[in-house]
Design a protein around this ligand. Sequence first.
Ligand SMILES: CC(=O)N[C@@H]1[C@@H](OP(=O)(O)OP(=O)(O)OC[C@H]2O[C@@H](n3ccc(=O)[nH]c3=O)[C@H](O)[C@@H]2O)O[C@H](CO)[C@@H](O)[C@@H]1O
Length: 357
Amino acid sequence: MRLTMKILIPIGTLAEEVKLIDVILYLERYNINPIICRTSQGKFRLAEELSRFDLIDYSDNKYEIGILTAARRLVGQVSAAARQSGSAAIACVGDTTTAWSAAISAQEEGIPLFHIEAGMRAPSITSPFPEEMFRRSIDLLSTFHIAFDKVDLMNLWREGCLRDDCAILTNSTVYDDMLRRQTWSPIKEHAVVHVHRRETPLSALICLINTLREKIIGNYVDDIYVVNNRRYACAEEKLKKIKDIILINPIERHKFLRLIASSRFVVSDSGTLQEECAAFSVPHLVFRNETERPYLLSHNAPAWLIGHDPAASLPIIRGVARYAREQIGVRKLRQEWAGGSEKIANFIFKKISSVGR
Ligand SMILES: CC(=O)N[C@@H]1[C@@H](OP(=O)(O)OP(=O)(O)OC[C@H]2O[C@@H](n3ccc(=O)[nH]c3=O)[C@H](O)[C@@H]2O)O[C@H](CO)[C@@H](O)[C@@H]1O
């Protein structure tokens, strides 16, 4: 089959790859040629499934140079990649510097932007920062919006971002990736802590770990796995000295999914994990003051927003640990949440065919 239309897909982080991979696989079926533009730092390796696609590689980027300098460089790179490849559109996901640069590049190049995960909103533009600022401005610049919940769609409508026929509502694409990996697992006697956001103070993480050690280990779970994230590299030695916890370096995604699927509960400030825990029905303590996914706290998902003061939220932590201890058997994914990626590919196909380049 001759692939004619091209779409540029910048990817800078694992979370972006996870949400784009199945869309990319489906785009190929719709006779569209996805050009991957890798904007990450060198150590992020693209998934094997993406190796057969055209790649424009800017993996020598360094983000330690600050948001503005990084964004300026990325805009230049993504715009050049769009021109060089003759892409008819750009598709990006979420709230990263890469996604924001993609939005500016699409404007500069005069081509449409598809924004996946559009309309999510935290209450304040300054938290999480810069993600919330990026998210809001990407939505103002996007041509097409792909939202994962009707609350997100309403946010777009309220902010005047929507025109006729420019948005769709689908399931989050995370679920397609999870389903393809077929990871389910019997519940074991551990919990997982994955905390990495800029706005989460190290002191809050240490306090959380100590609270779990003193009040939860031995009473409700045998072990606590704590992911040793790069954000807290300066505190590695301090974390290593904490007794009774199992400090692990970030692990491959399929192994990590198995670890959380087999957990009694998870504590995390990650947005993607909020979706992943919900899909497995793993009780999730959201270690943040706010979330852009409020609907995952309310319907169909055992999740609680606990803020950054573990001592104050101890009754909730204990209650969740107790509730989690009652659960037995094998955690299975909610199959009914799949299908978002194909719907997005179909939407892109229809829109891009009518634009051309
Ligand atoms: C403000 C906010 O919340 N923004 C989010 C942010 O992403 P995030 O905070 O959700 O990202 P991470 O927490 O890094 O998770 C990435 C993946 O890593 C997996 N994982 C983890 C540990 C490990 O050892 N091995 C692994 O494989 C884990 O399963 C997960 O799938 O940016 C996204 C893109 O724009 C947004 O979509 C998203 O809203």
